[in-house]
Design a protein around this ligand. Sequence first.
Ligand code: IMP
Ligand code: MG
Length: 332
Amino acid sequence: MAATVIVDALWGDSGKGKVAAWYAGKLDASYVVRAGTGTNAGHSLYLSENELVKTRQLPLSFIHKKAQVRVGSGVVVDPKIFHEELATYHLEKRAKVDFRCAVIEPKFIEMEQHNAHLKETVGSTASGTGQTRAAFILRTALQAQDWPDLAKYTADVAQELNEACSRGEEVIIEGSQGTFLSLALSPDYPFVTSDNVTTAASIDDVGLDWRHLKRVVMVVKALPSRVGAGPMPNEMTETEVHQLGIEEYGTVTGRLRRKGHLDFDLLKYAAMLNGPTEIALTFADHFDPEIIGSPNLTPKVKALIKKVEAACGAPVRLVETGKLYSNLIEIK
Ligand code: IMP
Ligand code: MG
């Protein structure tokens, strides 16, 4: 009984990777594993002002050095990105993908880049993720075990994780994107990604027996953002975003993210789909600049926490107060 899922409540880009890394350290996880769809999501954190750590394929929680680093079988793998991350972060001895993962071949990336519907209407990241998933569904994709460069970095990840949980070890499942980008659970189709990205989808992505799931951390971005097309309640104008000085650009695409204020009905719906046991409130510094770098919560953030807890039916346990990894307040 020892798995923790980190899932995003809205449209992603909420600092899930940073939250997952924090839980990996706190719980001294023996495995950290990436769930989600593929390489469309970028996870990043600043260890210090000049030290940015960034991944698209591997879980960012690899920064917990004692953990084995894995990618679940439901996530598609880009061999090029996998090898770049292995080399950049010296993970050759710690990282493996499930032998069943479908492989993003260069032709799939090209197909997405030339697909007007995906690029212009949906606002896809054109990482080849959706096209690979489509080939997998049609049973024409190759798997990691068939790809020469990947075969030696494969394992039965589902078995490893379930066995680790049975031994009482801690496993961190790092979800990607956000609940309202879920293919079959978002009301916003076609402005969605190529699979569901909820709690249940995440444990399915890695093949975990649900009875091992102990904790679901739902990440709530204090001022949500959305990249690509699709509805966004309480959206700010670009001018407002610039006036507040809270511009953000996509890690994968470099696009300016749309930003808005929380919609508590959406949050309630996200909680219904994900069943959080606790909440991580991120980007509190965008919501209230007074909190930047502070060791204490400000009245404005405390008031927001009350509303978030009421909507989610779970306590806020972690608050992000700035861009550094150390800018996190634990609420006990
Ligand atoms: P795709 O999954 O790259 O095809 O993109 C489909 C939709 O999901 C687009 O609106 C993307 O902007 C969005 N999306 C995909 N990955 C992410 C992510 O990691 N964060 C935020 N939005 C994403
Ligand atoms: Mg899946």
